[in-house]
Design a protein around this ligand. Structure first.
Ligand SMILES: CCCCC/C=C\C/C=C\C/C=C\C/C=C\CCCC(=O)SCCNC(=O)CCNC(=O)[C@H](O)C(C)(C)COP(=O)(O)OP(=O)(O)OC[C@H]1O[C@@H](n2cnc3c(N)ncnc32)[C@H](O)[C@@H]1OP(=O)(O)O
Length: 194
């Protein structure tokens, strides 16, 4: 038995579908009937969709549900891998990650923009873990070696220091224990409003 919510089950299925469509397309083999069936499913859900930014998040402009809706860690978000971050006693975030085909940049490797996205969230989680949530103001990425698809790597986020509203954090993606991508981020605390 699982206590997974229907929306989470659906999101997981859509992730598998995305990966499967990519790999089927690569071999020129998307069955037309199946494609029509998938489209019908999308029509069905689309008709039920609520036209609001906050439909998976709770209140607009808040941090509520940020982890749940995140395109990186959100089990409700089909675009997410999703990563499950753990915090250690010092507020450092880490998560194992294995990237499927839809995150490809160079053949066989993760797209650099995806690495940036992942590290932004890793740093945000670490900042929040240190009770210092904030908006990303600046990120500097160094790509030291390519990150392979379909292989477990480690994502880390570390809150470094704070000065007033400013916070500095560092995020890394490690492949075989070696840094492959390193990101330095500046975050600014801010009340959100639309
Ligand atoms: C939705 C937010 C969620 C945040 C996460 C929190 C909790 C979530 C819990 C767990 C985490 C789970 C999942 C993670 C979820 C989300 C994480 C993703 C984070 C994002 O995806 S977030 C979207 C991208 N991000 C933006 O959308 C920012 C747009 N932007 C602005 O909203 C403003 O631009 C802002 C607020 C940055 C500053 O504006 P402002 O008016 O409040 O402040 P002001 O300009 O006065 O600057 C004050 C001092 O910061 C310096 N400063 C400002 N910007 C700088 C820069 N770029 N470089 C160097 N220094 C800078 C100034 O120079 C001054 O410094 P000084 O005081 O020394 O003069």
């Amino acid at each position: 038995m699982t206590d997974e919510k229907p929306a989470d089950v659906a999101a997981r299925a859509v992730r598998r579908l995305t990966s499967a469509i990519l790999s089927a397309r690569a071999h020129g083999a998307v069955d037309p009937d199946l494609a029509a069936e998938i489209s019908e499913l999308a029509d069905l859900l689309d008709a039920e969709a609520v036209d609001a930014v906050d439909c998976i998040s709770g209140k607009v402009g808040t941090h509520d549900g940020a982890l749940e809706r995140s395109p990186v860690s959100g089990p409700k978000n089909p675009v997410a891998i999703p990563l499950r971050f753990e915090l250690d006693d010092d507020g450092n975030a880490s998560a194992p990650a294995e990237f499927p085909a839809q995150y490809q940049g160079p053949a066989g490797f993760v797209h650099g923009g995806v690495s940036g996205l992942i590290l932004d969230v890793a740093m945000a989680v670490a900042n929040s873990g240190s009770n210092r949530p904030g908006m990303t103001a600046e990120m500097t990425l160094r790509y030291l070696r390519p990150v392979p698809l379909h292989r477990e790597v480690t994502v880390r986020g570390r809150h470094l220091r704070a000065d007033g509203r400013k916070m500095w954090a560092r995020g890394t993606i490690e492949v075989d224990g070696e840094e492959a991508v390193v990101c330095d981020g500046l975050f600014i605390s801010k009340e959100l409003s639309l």
